[in-house]
Design a binder for this molecule. Sequence first.
Ligand code: HEM
Length: 331
Amino acid sequence: MRKKSSHPTQRDQHPKSHGYVHGELVVEGDLPESFRQGLFANPNSYPCWVRFSNGSSKRDAQGKFVPDATRQGDDIVVTSDIRGMAVKVLGVTGEMVPEAAGRTGEQDLIMINSPVFFIRNVVDYLVFFKVMAAIAKGTINFKAQPPLIPAEDVAAVQQVKYALDLVGKIQNSEAGVVHSPLQTTFWSATPYKLGEAAMKYKMVPVTPEPRFDPSQSVDLENLFRDAISSQLARTEAQFDLLVQVQTDATEMPIEDPTKLWEETSSPYVKVATLRLPQQDINSPDRLAEDEHQSFSPWHSLAAHRPLGGVNRARRMYGHLAQERNKDNQAG
Ligand code: HEM
């Protein structure tokens, strides 16, 4: 994080924000008994904050998100990144996980624009980053004929070949083509508790609006901020929050987020509506709070405890937010 950023220190992953948006989460009244857990226990309306982001952390030497030679990390390249949506629901009641100390009353929901994550477990994540670093340095080159893979890297490449394929698929899939984050579906990808059961969740946009047309954007470099701010300057936006319950531990595993939980095995059920009213998202206060805020799967009720090894690794989010805020306060 510190190596990549200049001042201010920014998130290591998902540093580029498209908007920090105020909203309201309205939990449905007549949910099936088994869904009435934690956040969904009773019909209610909660204030919340939502942050939309790009996954890519490519920045120039000053830490600014400007297009590089390949234009990766630039919003114009709509197919070349994983997009994020983080929601912080405020004022929730009930027992929190111990990791949420100091964050009582917050239930965060963190999503990407893919129903699956690209890495099975943290061991593979470490190997994946070593392989990515070698690709960046050119010591591994898949485009060469024949592909260049040094003998000492062959085993590592074999171990994470699935992840390299999957990340490419996610970045270039239909789901990766985002015209506006307000018109995109976002999934949790990893599982969480739903009382004694396990769930995944997704946010599906409700869009009476015509699809955002990138050619109409006045700021292609920051296309997605433009898409959000232009819609919310005129009108509101809405998403449906839906939950999918695990019904088969083998077909719907906890420990492998690369495996899709098929909707034919267990359909998603709507549990809440997210309303984002008309607002200005570009005020200096908003931008500052966006940088300062900390979203984490571990800001959670015990009823929605994050599950699986990948989520366990994500306990670092809160610590990293503290570190970047410490840096930024120090000036
Ligand atoms: C072991 C696996 C993972 C690692 C190492 C990792 C790493 C990180 C880091 C370092 C941050 C910045 C945290 C901060 O400074 O506040 C972050 C943010 C984020 N991650 Fe992950 N991540 C992982 C898995 C996932 C998964 C499975 C998802 C799927 C939903 C995800 C979605 C996001 C999103 C949307 C953000 C931005 C949150 C915000 O707006 O503040 N990550 N991740």
